[in-house]
Design a protein around this ligand. Structure first.
Ligand code: HMG
Ligand code: MG
Length: 300
């Protein structure tokens, strides 16, 4: 096991994009502040996508302008095209994330383009963002399975991940968008990936729809993965991936890692408080296990 891993927090983006109700700007800023207080150093705060497609994040410009990143904290946001990049730059973000699926149907439903067209359109985002001094992260979605096509060939995901890294992404986050992955499948996918890509350039983005996310994370840890995406309270899901429930809850991930002696730089008690803020702003019970059960030390 490593001494330390990096946690990439996505509740303010993956979480809020999937809420039925739109959360007001002030509440979003409260959530981001609570995440910063908990010690999260990498936070995806919103998406510069079309407000027609994701109305819940239509206030991305205001969120990015008002959210305060102290030294050492990086804020990022999803960015699908040149318009998104212009908005991210105007808001002063230092990092963006581009995204594409490993399955054609999900990609088409999510961004209205084929995979090839999406990769081609990254010429308008990745290169210009790097030239402007931003860092770019890449997502490959539906790596473990597609809500429309079922099984996905991991070789397709590898090919896309390599293209993202070649184009200049510093890291590629592999997504189990609908939370179907199992540990043996994860081992197979990561074995294939790590033949071509150094493990430190891969992150795992597991949705916990079927309760297998932590088991998959343990496999990732054993295979050299050192960045894990998670969402406080276990919020999250892609509106264009039917049946996708919450992301792996950040509290569950951090509880397990700290218990295994793997440091994260996160204060678990403060993180639990951030989960309470998340729950209060969305106005419904959140599914995270530690969020519901609380932190309990086995020491007397
Ligand atoms: P389109 O309709 O094909 O494109 O959408 P368009 O260029 O015709 O744009 C439509 C309208 O949106 C136009 O407005 C544009 O100006 C506007 P109109 O002229 O009709 O008034 N528009 C924008 N406005 C603001 N900012 C922009 C922007 N772009 C266009 N950046 C598009 C194509 C890609 C824009 C659209 O499909 C889209 O925004 N999709 C985003 C979907 C999304 O955010 N999905 C969830 C995130 S992915 C995810 O959750 C998976 C992940 O978590 C990993 C995992 O779990 O595996 C990352
Ligand atoms: Mg996701």
């Amino acid at each position: 096991m490593p001494d330390r891993v990096s946690v990439y927090e996505v509740a303010a983006r993956d979480g809020l994009q999937n809420e039925r109700a739109t959360v007001p700007l002030r509440s979003k800023l409260r959530l981001i502040d609570a995440l910063v207080r908990a010690g999260l150093a990498r936070i995806e705060i919103t998406s510069f996508v079309s407000p027609k497609w994701i109305p819940q994040l239509a206030d991305a410009d205001e969120v990015a302008q008002h959210a305060k990143a102290p030294a050492g904290v990086t804020f990022s946001a999803l960015c699908p095209n040149a318009k998104g990049l212009a908005r991210a730059r105007a808001a002063g973000l230092g990092e963006i994330a581009v995204f594409v699926s490993a399955s054609e149907t999900h990609n088409r439903k999510n961004v209205n383009k084929t995979i090839a067209e999406t990769l081609h359109a990254f010429d308008d985002t990745i290169g210009p963002a790097l030239a402007a001094g931003l860092r770019v992260r890449g997502y490959v979605s539906t790596v473990w399975g597609c809500p429309y096509e079922g099984d996905v060939d991991p070789r397709r995901a590898l090919e896309i991940a390599q293209k993202l890294l070649d184009a200049g992404c510093y890291q590629v986050s592999l997504g189990d968008t609908i939370g179907v992955g199992t540990p043996t499948q994860t081992a197979r996918i990561l074995q294939l990936m790590s033949r071509e890509i150094p493990a430190e350039r891969i992150a795992m983005h597991m949705h916990d729809t079927r309760g297998t996310a932590l088991a998959n994370v343990v496999v990732g840890l054993q295979m050299g993965i050192r960045t894990f995406d998670a969402s406080v309270g276990g919020m999250g899901g892609c509106p264009y991936a039917p049946g996708a429930a919450g992301n792996l809850a950040t509290e569950d991930l951090v509880y397990m890692l700290h218990g295994m002696g793997v440091q994260t730089g996160i204060d678990l008690d403060q993180l639990v408080e951030a989960g309470k803020v998340a729950e209060s702003i969305v106005g419904r019970p959140l599914p995270g296990k530690v969020h519901q059960a609380g932190v309990r030390s086995l020491k007397a």
